[in-house]
Design a protein around this ligand. Sequence first.
Ligand SMILES: [Zn+2]
Ligand SMILES: [Zn+2]
Length: 372
Amino acid sequence: MAKRDYYEVLGISRDASDNDIKRSYRQLAKKYHPDANPDNAEAEEKFKEASEAYGVLSDPDKRSKYDRFGHSAFDQSGGPGGFEFNMDDIFGSAFSDFFGGGSSRRAYSGPVQGADIRQPVSLTFEEAAFGVDKEITVNSFDKCAVCDGSGAKPGTRQETCSKCSGSGQVTEIQQTLFGAMQSVRTCDLCHGEGKITKEKCSSCTGTGKVRSRKNITVTFPAGIDHGQTLRVAGKGDAGSKGGPSGDLLLAVYVENHPIFERRDNDIYCEIPITFVQATLGTELSIPTLDGNVKLTIPEGTQTGSVFRLKNKGIPNIRNKKSRGSQYVEVRIEVPKGLNTVQKDLLKEFASTTEDKQPEHKGFFDKVKELFG
Ligand SMILES: [Zn+2]
Ligand SMILES: [Zn+2]
């Protein structure tokens, strides 16, 4: 869309005086100011347009450039005599200089919810797995019981603020470039409360809240994991003016277990076995969260083999009857410090296997095939 001529925007002739420009802009600004035309995009556009025109024509240097080059004098791409021209500066300063800035903002003096309290909680591996009721110490701001949160000394009354008549807001008439302008501000006498406390409650020094340290019992559900947050509704700081309390947010840290490692709802552990057990097979007693269980290790088990124990993992946090698995990885330990008798037995064993081909090709067989 073609940009309108600045003189046309302000409805003035090209030889208009500085006073004509100012008077015309003042009228347009009053008519189209956003405060007077809430949610009216067209008025806002007109206001911006007038502000932009005023920004140029009220400045003798910019006006002479505009008279010579028109809008191209202010092209960002740099037309003849182009120079920096920032719309936001003009729009912004029109607001802040002439209208007191943010005058349409209203003070809020209704109920306010209390703040949330965040704190860490440490659980053992088993507590996280099966759930636990734990006593937690919470430092919070509670409603003052002496004044019931009003902040006023009991027996005294809060008086309606004389400056704002209880509204919490004051309307001020300001003399501006455009004449008298009305603006609404938060009352500075009652700070927007609408009420004045004549005598403060000595227990809370007029704040309506007191520091409290108390123990509460929190139920951590079975299956909760490291890094999760448990929200306890209503156990945060007290609200103001009848607002609800905030929440208590507990960040869960699960301690490491000496032999178990948790991944989601599964548990991993490593079990050492002797090479004889691995070779001949055996039955082992494996520790689980539910106590020891028997696990059959078949003949010829290799190191690194993994066995699965179903339903021995962590309960699902949404359904504790559904549990993960426990995975048992066997590590074959090579015996050290054998005596002569044992060594002779092994040598004898070795002599019986020298001519036998191994059932599975080992690492050195593969090396021989590749390079040998
Ligand atoms: Zn109090
Ligand atoms: Zn007031």
